[in-house]
Design a binder for this molecule. Structure first.
Ligand SMILES: N[C@@H](CCC(=O)N[C@@H](CS)C(=O)NCC(=O)O)C(=O)O
Length: 254
């Protein structure tokens, strides 16, 4: 599978997820959400890829609108993809500045400009020049301002609790503990780390997510929300094919 906009290949794999109908149905809902061409859901049918963008971007995936907010990040999904998806879903034009991972003059200039409060990306430069940082807080800001109309909103404290809870258990009790640390281990230790994750943690995690996946629609209601975005991007990252990928066995088994 290939996603033109993001220039990446995906694995096609349906081994495990078929046993989790609620997770599967939720991913299919995400993939059908207005504004997202295709969310990568290998189990959702042929050609499933995460393509963030609809008609609002030009052919290169960039938008040139003087007043558009400017997003700065590397040319990968990483911490910026939920932000890109929020813009796409809301139909809000943005400038998608992507930097190469290696040494790069533009990135050096950006770092020297004082615009990166923490020296890191993603960073979003608003129309008045205000620069905001940190991936999730940026997404949260957009969900209640520029992208508000494209994303589910809610005043229902219990609905918000459930959405937060689902995301939290995913991030803190699974991804941060059993997936992210593996990415920073020496290549020789990664296979063992991810094999243990699959055997010891993945089944429990998927059982939990199956219970928490919405029976209908999305995590916060009938429209896709920032919570769905944050969660489905994890799966999209997981299924992204990379050269010399030390996580390949892990990904193939998920
Ligand atoms: N807590 C920050 C982490 C940001 C971060 O680690 N950014 C990395 C890329 S994913 C970065 O900018 N690295 C380049 C550098 O630190 O020089 C967030 O959530 O946005």
């Amino acid at each position: 599978m290939y996603c033109e906009i993001l220039d990446v290949d995906y694995m096609d794999n349906r081994k495990v997820i078929d046993a989790y109908p609620r997770i599967k149905a939720w991913m299919e809902e995400c993939s059908k959400a207005a504004g997202i061409k295709e969310v990568h859901a290998p189990w959702a049918g042929e050609g499933g890829t995460l393509g963030v963008v609809n008609g609002l971007l030009n052919g290169n995936g960039y938008n040139s609108n003087m007043n558009a907010p400017k997003l700065h990040y590397f040319g990968i999904y990483g911490r910026a993809e939920p932000i890109r998806m929020a813009f796409a879903l809301a139909g809000v034009a943005f400038e998608d500045n992507r930097y190469p991972m290696g040494p790069d003059e533009k990135l050096i200039a950006l770092k020297g400009s004082g615009k990166l409060e923490f020296g890191q990306m993603p960073m979003l430069e608003l129309h008045d020049g205000t620069c905001i940082a940190q991936g999730n807080p940026i997404l949260q800001y957009l969900a209640s301002t520029l992208c508000k109309n494209g994303l589910q909103q809610s005043d229902d404290a219990m609905a918000l609790y459930h959405a937060e809870c689902t995301l939290n258990v995913h991030v803190e009790d699974f991804a941060m503990k059993y997936v992210s640390p593996g990415m920073f281990k020496p290549a020789a230790e990664q296979a063992e780390f991810f094999a243990a994750c699959l055997k010891d943690h993945m089944p429990k995690y998927l059982d939990i997510m199956e219970n928490r996946a919405p029976v209908h629609g999305f995590l916060l209601g009938s429209k896709i929300s920032m919570y769905d975005i944050q969660l489905c991007v994890f799966y999209a990252n997981m299924y992204q094919k990379k050269e010399n990928d030390t996580m390949l066995d892990f990904k193939a088994a998920v």
